[in-house]
Design a protein around this ligand. Structure first.
Ligand code: ZN
Length: 443
């Protein structure tokens, strides 16, 4: 009994001591955790992902796609993937559909002391001719070098998917600083920023690289992997280790890396073959630009006033690009081939004379096949080889004129005659009524 009392005394006498010790130690323990966390985050790579546009600023809208939604879904997928890597802290500039100034986005990156700011976008062009993927970076110092090194990896991955490489570009405003606000503001804070234009929403060549569900996710994972490769990260969860990956280290330039504002130096083209049955013209071209890569070529049939669609400029080992275009039907043809560099600078070839080509259009060819099965060979031969070289175009299609004449007669028969008949009946009716009124008046 006495022993029990002593035990209790010890128990309750010691308890306050432990409680006091606990209270004293607790803040110490918390502080230690905070410090540990801070040192981890201080060593961690900080990446800020900026879903382009948002709120009232929808960005590009085309064919059911809204850029701000696509960039947001891509950014979410990118963050999720990037957080699977060790030693990285990832932030989004916006986590809902809100308006945000470009300066605000850059200021946020500054606030969290970002190592890299990536602004995600989807592209669209005025004439819907451009296609492919590109990165925009600062034209200055370390931000240029880091931006370029990251973009090399990013574009390597995007083009591996089949997208056309539009290159890594800088752009300046009239004051000679970076044109894009988010890059300009970030560069002012010495934070490298890259605008990634994943693909074009409005062009047939990029059609298979965009949808609502698969591609935004896919781009997000791809962008995250490019970041992991650039910083040499590893992920136990994903079972990948990029810490030994060697990639290019661009030297920090001392001067401004200005965009190319001159067109290609020259563009030469020649016609190699003309198919008179189909109107197809085959030829080759080569172009040269000492400042930037040639990106597209295109063809004009009106002496360079307007050009048709754009094609990839991918020269063979001799530096030649082969082209194939269809000449306008039944017109004297001369064409101009043009080459465009990465910045849209355009150089034209000399005029190439082809002469007048007369060929069957696809639908005429189909019609013709039907005729062949019904009519005699002579008749078909005549219509297939009309000698129209010096005859004005409007006189070249007698069968069409015959057709429209018979349509007119039919139209008169179907609509004109009943209208005339109704008119005659109506006139009789009115005359009768007038006569009746007059008689009534007399009466
Ligand atoms: Zn955009």
């Amino acid at each position: 009994m006495g022993l029990e009392v002593i035990r209790r005394k010890i128990k309750y006498g010691v308890m306050p001591f432990f409680i006091l010790l606990g209270i004293l130690c607790c803040p110490v323990t918390l502080n230690a955790t905070e410090i540990a966390e801070k040192s981890v985050s201080e060593n961690a790579i900080v990446v800020v992902i900026d879903p382009g546009h948002g709120g009232k600023n929808a960005g590009a809208i085309y064919g059911g796609y809204i850029e701000k939604t696509l960039t947001f879904n891509t950014a979410k997928a990118m963050k999720e993937e990037l957080e699977k890597y060790d030693g990285i802290k990832v932030y989004l500039t916006r986590d809902s559909d809100v308006d945000m100034e470009l300066g605000e986005r850059a200021a946020f990156a500054k606030e969290v002391d970002a190592d890299l700011l990536l602004s995600l976008h989807y592209n669209m062009s005025e004439l819907h001719k451009l296609f492919g993927t590109e990165c925009w970076i600062s034209a200055f110092g370390r931000c240029y070098a880091v931006g370029r090194d990251f973009s090399l990896i990013e574009l390597e991955m995007l083009t591996k998917e089949g997208l056309y490489d539009r290159g890594i570009k800088t752009r300046l405003n009239s004051r000679g600083t970076d044109y894009y606000g988010i890059i300009r503001s970030s560069t002012a804070n010495d934070i490298p920023a890259v605008i990634i234009e994943h693909c074009h929403l409005d062009q047939v060549n990029d059609k298979s690289y965009i949808d609502h569900n698969t591609w935004p996710q896919k781009y997000g994972v791809l962008d995250a992997t490019a970041v992991a490769r650039y910083f040499g990260l590893k992920s136990e969860q994903l079972g990948v280790d990029y810490s030994n990956e060697v990639h290019e280290a661009t030297p920090v330039p001392n001067e401004r890396m200005s965009p190319d504002d001159t067109p290609p130096e020259w563009c030469e083209a020649e016609v190699m073959e003309v198919d008179e049955q189909t109107g197809m013209i085959r030829g080759k071209l080569s172009a040269y630009d000492p400042d930037s890569r040639i990106l597209y070529y295109t063809v004009s049939f009106n002496d360079g006033k307007t050009f048709g669609e754009y094609y990839r400029y991918e020269p063979d080992e001799n530096g030649d690009v082969y082209f194939e275009v269809q000449a306008p039907n039944k017109k004297r043809t001369r064409l101009v081939v043009a080459a465009l560099n990465m910045y849209g600078g355009l150089a034209q070839s000399e005029l190439l004379y082809v002469g007048r080509l007369t060929y069957l259009l696809d639908e005429e060819a189909v019609e013709e096949t039907i005729v062949t099965t019904r009519q005699t060979a002579d008749l078909v031969e005549e219509s297939e080889n009309p000698d129209v070289d010096d005859v004005p175009d409007e006189d070249t299609e007698p069968s069409k004129r015959m057709k429209s004449a018979s349509y007119f007669v039919l139209w008169v028969l179907v609509f004109g005659l009943p209208i005339l008949a109704i008119g005659a009946v109506w006139k009789c009716f009115i005359d009768k009524k007038r006569r009746k009124t007059k008689e009534n008046c007399k009466n």
